[in-house]
Design a protein around this ligand. Structure first.
Ligand code: SR1
Ligand code: MG
Length: 402
């Protein structure tokens, strides 16, 4: 069935209780007689209902719309992305249950996921934008990537079984969004790109031949390197944080077998835009702390991977000497992906509040700083030897463009 032909009933706040009652595995979670339902979907794609009863028990219902919410029904989009998100929670839940929300149920006919209510958490992007610090979050998200890099790859899964899992998880429409919006359009121009007039010169530098060639290399890696079942959209708006250190990656609808460096690169890019915001607002101390996050995420990733490495299923085929080169290549990939993600947050379709909520002059300066960082990450990637380079370059470029 084509996307356009798919019809299914959309949830509304007034129908959520009846829906929960109709599913025995959900009915026990909340008292639908006293249910308060709020639609809070503020992302680009889906409906999200927080359903809480008078005793404070809750469940979140997330339903994929048959179109891109950010644009409207004129951009039809497969709701089967909910199938991918259920897969992410199920697979990643095997080895990282404390780092994602619990999946209570999945309804493949109406594309509804019922997941743990994380209302006592905040979206990490919001927390960072507000100048908050969550000390453990970057390390934990790095460890999450380390675990999925091991447990869903040739390191943790027998080779034939892995090929079948990867075949089941192909997700062409979701990948196409990333290939277009993140890895192509910031570097080639597109009608749906938008940015302040004041930064047109900087935006146009992203289309310089050497920059385009480097971005193309990142796109090629994304399209050809099916290493592990990655999250696929691990920006700071896809992470929930709580003051006690609880950190959860959610919104796994872009998961597919792709390059491990993509998840790390998205984290890095979104730290870069927060650094630019902090500089624009004169939040020196917070900015200095955010500058430590790229290394924290990388170190968490590397520590987790190294700890799991002795358990690999094919020790004969992947000797210890292989690991160092593999880590170097993942880090190099991540520089390219971070650059592409940062670029699209400035000139592409989907911008971020970190930058957009700044006053015009500050926004332009912050945007220029991010673009300068993008150029250097892409053009200097072969000489960058550690994750420290991300914040070092961003610090220089943000200050230089202020
Ligand atoms: C049209 S979808 C735009 C973006 O929203 C999602 O969160 C992904 O990041 C995607 O690229
Ligand atoms: Mg999302």
């Amino acid at each position: 069935m084509s996307v356009a032909e798919e019809t299914y009933e959309l949830l509304a706040p007034e129908t959520a209780a009846a829906y929960i009652d109709s599913r025995p595995e959900l009915a026990a979670l909340v008292d639908t007689g006293s249910l308060d339902v709020q639609e809070i979907g503020d992302g680009n794609l889906n409906l999200v209902f927080v359903c809480q009863d008078a005793a404070g028990r809750g469940v979140v219902l997330k339903q994929a719309l048959p179109y891109v919410r950010l644009i409207g029904p004129e951009w039809p989009f497969t709701p089967r992305r909910a199938v991918a998100e259920a897969r992410a929670y199920r697979e990643h839940g095997r080895f990282a249950p404390e780092l994602i929300p619990a999946l209570y149920a999945f309804d493949p006919e109406r594309y509804i996921l019922a997941v743990e209510d994380l209302s006592d958490h905040a979206v990490w992007r919001t927390a960072l934008t507000d100048g908050e610090r969550h000390e453990a979050a970057a390390d934990k998200m790095g460890r999450y990537v380390g675990r999925l890099a091991f447990h869903t790859s040739v390191f943790g899964v027998e080779a034939k079984a892995l090929k079948l899992l990867a075949a089941e998880a192909v997700s062409p429409e979701l990948c196409e969004i990333t290939e277009d919006l993140v890895l192509t359009e910031p570097f080639s121009g597109a009608e749906r790109n938008w940015f302040q007039d004041e930064i047109r010169d900087a935006a146009e530098r992203l289309q310089a031949p050497a920059v385009r060639a480097a971005a193309a290399e990142a796109k090629y890696a994304f399209m050809t390197r099916g290493e592990a079942l990655i999250h696929g959209d691990l920006h700071t708006g896809s992470v929930m944080v709580r003051d006690d250190g609880s950190t959860r990656a959610f919104d796994g609808e872009f998961c597919f077998y792709g390059p491990v460096g993509f998840d790390l690169g998205l984290l890095w890019a979104n730290f870069i835009v927060t650094m630019a915001r902090d500089h624009a607002l004169g939040r020196t101390e917070h900015g200095a702390w955010v500058a430590t996050l790229p290394v924290a995420a990388w170190d968490g990733f590397e520590a987790e991977l190294r700890a799991l490495w002795p358990e690999r299923v094919d020790e004969r085929g992947f000797p210890d000497a292989f690991l160092e080169g593999w880590l170097d290549r993942v880090r190099r990939d991540a520089f390219g992906f971070a650059a592409a993600e940062a670029a699209r947050r400035i000139v592409g379709l989907a911008h971020v509040v970190d930058i957009e909520s700044l006053e015009p002059d500050a926004r332009a300066a912050a945007s220029r700083g991010v673009i300068g960082t993008v150029e250097r990450l892409l053009l200097e990637r072969d000489s960058l030897e550690s994750a420290e380079a991300v914040a070092a370059i961003a610090t220089e470029e943000i200050a230089r463009n202020a």
